[in-house]
Design a protein around this ligand. Structure first.
Ligand code: ATP
Ligand code: MG
Length: 161
C-alpha cells in the first residue's frame, strides 16, 4: 500500500467533499477498506460516496444488518460493517469473495474483523479523531492507485475552474 493522500484536521463537510471527488473513479469498481476507531467517520464517508454515486434511497448504516447492497446502473455496491463479527467463520454465508467481482464496489468498515474472508483492498481510507475534527490518510495499491490519481486530477480540475 502506498500513501496517496493525507489531510489533517478535516471537518465533516471536507470529508463529504473528498468522498464526492472519489465517486467518479470508484464507479469502475474497487475494494475499499474504511479504517478508524468508533465514530471516526467511516459511515459518514460511505454515505457521502453512495449519494454521489447516485444511490437515491436513504443510506442505512450496516451496523446491524452487516451488509447493505445497492445497484446503480451496471454498478453493484456492497457496504459492509464487520464490527460485530467475532469470528471470521461467521462471514462464510455471505460469500464475500463472490461479491467482489472486478466491477463491483465494496466499502468495508472494520475489515480487520473479517480476517481472511475479506478480499484484499485496492484502497484504504484511514480516519483518526483529532480533537473535534479528523485526520485522514488514503492508501492505495495497483488499480486503486490509478483510481486515486484520477480522483486527484478531477479534484484539482474542479478547484481550478
Ligand atoms: N470529519 C469529521 N469531523 C467531525 N465530525 C465528523 C466527521 N466525520 C464524521 N463526523 C461525525 O462523527 C460521528 C460518527 O460518524 P460515523 O458514524 O460516520 O463513524 P463510524 O466511523 O462509522 O463509526 P462506527 O465505527 O461506530 O461505525 C457522526 O456524528 C458524524 O457526524
Ligand atoms: Mg459506521
Amino acid at each position: 500500500m502506498n500513501t496517496a493522500m493525507r489531510l489533517a484536521g478535516i471537518d465533516e463537510s471536507a470529508l463529504v467533499a473528498l468522498a464526492h471527488s472519489l465517486a467518479g473513479p470508484l464507479r469502475d469498481g474497487a475494494v475499499v477498506y474504511l479504517r478508524g476507531e468508533l465514530g471516526a467517520g467511516k459511515t459518514t464517508f460511505a454515505r457521502a460516496l453512495l449519494k454521489a454515486l447516485g444511490v437515491g434511497e436513504r443510506v442505512k448504516s450496516p451496523t446491524y444488518s452487516l451488509i447493505e447492497s445497492y445497484r446503480v446502473g451496471a454498478l453493484d455496491i456492497h457496504h459492509l460493517d464487520l464490527y460485530r463479527i467475532a469470528d471470521p467463520h461467521e462471514l462464510e454465508w455471505l460469500g464475500l469473495a463472490d461479491l467482489a467481482t472486478p466491477s463491483a464496489l465494496l466499502l468495508i468498515e472494520w475489515p480487520e474483523r473479517g480476517g481472511d474472508a475479506v478480499p484484499a483492498a485496492d484502497i484504504e481510507v484511514c480516519l483518526q479523531h483529532a480533537g473535534g475534527v479528523r485526520d485522514l490518510e488514503v492508501r492505495a495499491t495497483g488499480r486503486g492507485s490509478e483510481r486515486i490519481t484520477r480522483a486527484s486530477a478531477a479534484a484539482s480540475a474542479a478547484t481550478r475552474s
